[in-house]
Design a protein around this ligand. Structure first.
Ligand SMILES: [Zn+2]
Ligand SMILES: [Zn+2]
Length: 444
């Protein structure tokens, strides 16, 4: 299915020409021994740097090395010896100093972190890179950005996309269960991304592409209907999951930004991630947090569906002055506040003028908004699938305290200038009440 979308230009009815930058994606059993080697030979690479950690060496990189030796393709193995690898200055520097300077390809063997590191180092070194994936845990394999920790802040660096991605369903289905559940969580998040995107089209007239949203929607359906088989660890269902995750990556490339694959569920996940990092706490898988955020986001749409707003009353509500807003934000974002405050200064998304314009449009389009909220997938469905996979469904289950959960609902929308259901609730003066409802329910 995915082959039809890559390595070509698609002239779309939305007015854009869509193009994915990745050349090859192969999801097949024994892909290391066959498709990977055929690809490397066809490209005539002279020397590789193979990057892995102790775990991914055991599950795939040893096979990669053995096959390269057999095929007489020269390589240098760069294996991290630490139990926990982070995408920070230390591990990036370690690869930069350890890679073979004469290598003409970096081959990442791993999932999220190894890829973020290799994507960045290969971009800085001006070398192409390819991936042998080891877990269906997130949607970032073919992303053009690296999520890195720099000065203790998680930042996205624009880098480049991999040339090719190779995935063996038999390896993926043996990934730890919580990593597979995280992949499902990241993918189920797309339900809310598509709804947030449509909502912004209605309220703000934001560009929207049905071709892209249909691809993502079909990927979601496949994972929802195959959730029993995914929970049972069946190779085919796991292959569908990873293909769905890759498709959402292709769709980000098509859109030219992350709109089709990142809505307020991701913003809440980013908020918790940032706070955990600032507080030196152990990281939680990206997709695990996204799954929890998705349940909250879909509950936000259920809340919207239940409203009958009095727009005259809403328009007369007092507007919080910038100084007060800044104080609240600094209380929530702590050491990462400057960026958030700068973003608001630039975007002015909470300014009285922008709010008034959005409210006028919200009022004019209320029936359409309400219908969208009523038609979107119910939070119960996502909750049920996460439960089935023994995945956390509420912030408290990953150690997020009551106040931090409330702050995520109230302030996650400040992380990006991207309209979502949380901004809609804020515009309507309902965000605090919604947060209280969730917190009372979750932390009773
Ligand atoms: Zn389009
Ligand atoms: Zn994600």
């Amino acid at each position: 299915m995915i082959e039809q979308y890559i390595a070509k230009s698609i002239a779309c009815a939305c007015g854009k020409t869509h193009r994915s930058r990745v050349e090859t994606i192969e999801i097949k059993p024994n892909v290391i021994e066959h498709e990977l080697i055929d690809f490397l030979k066809s490209k005539a690479y002279k020397k590789l740097t193979v990057v892995c950690d102790k775990n991914t060496y055991r599950v795939a990189a040893d096979r990669v090395c053995a096959t390269l030796e057999q095929s007489q393709i020269p390589f240098k193995l760069h294996m991290y010896q630490e139990d926990s690898v982070l995408p920070n200055e230390h591990f990036i520097g370690n690869l930069a100093m350890g890679m073979a300077l004469d290598s003409d390809l970096i081959l990442a063997v791993g999932s999220g972190t190894i890829n973020d590191i290799c994507r960045y180092v290969s971009a800085v070194a001006g070398k192409p890179y390819c991936i042998v994936g080891t877990a269906p845990s997130m949607d970032g394999y073919i992303s053009g950005g690296s999520a890195l920790i720099y000065n203790n802040l998680k930042l996205t660096f624009e880098t480049h996309t991999p040339t090719a991605v190779f995935l063996d369903p038999q390896i993926l289905s043996h990934a730890p269960k919580d990593m597979i559940a995280a992949g499902v969580g990241d993918l189920l998040g797309k339900i809310n991304c598509l709804t947030d995107w449509r909502l912004s089209q209605i309220v703000n007239g934001e560009w929207h592409c049905d071709f892209i949203s249909d691809i993502v929607d079909a990927a979601i359906q496949k994972v929802v209907t195959g959730s029993d088989q995914i929970a049972a660890g069946q190779d085919e269902a796991i292959a569908d999951l990873v293909e769905a995750l890759l498709l959402s990556g292709v769709c980000m490339d098509f859109a030219g930004n992350s709109r089709p694959a990142s809505g307020c569920e991701h913003h809440m996940s980013h908020f918790w991630e940032m706070r955990y990092l600032l507080e030196g706490r152990e990281a939680v898988f990206h997709g695990t947090k996204v799954g929890i955020g998705t349940v909250i986001a879909l509950r936000a749409y259920e809340y919207i569906a239940s409203l009958t707003p009095n727009f005259d009353r809403i328009k007369a509500l007092p507007h919080k002055p910038f100084d007060e807003w800044e104080q609240d934000v600094r209380g929530a974002f702590l050491g990462a506040s400057d960026e958030i405050v700068d973003l608001e200064r630039k975007s002015g998304k909470n300014s009285p003028e922008k709010l008034a314009a959005r409210l006028a449009s919200t009022e004019a389009n209320w029936q359409q908004i309400k219908a969208l909220a009523e038609q979107t997938v119910k939070s119960e469905l996502v909750y049920g699938i996460l439960k089935q996979l023994d995945a956390p469904t509420k912030p408290g289950e990953i150690g997020v305290e009551k106040e931090m959960a409330r702050q995520a609902i109230l302030y996650a929308k400040e992380i990006r200038d991207r309209y979502t259901v949380l901004q809609l609730l804020w515009d309507l003066g309902e965000l605090e009440r919604f947060a209280d409802q969730i917190i009372t329910d979750y932390y009773a």
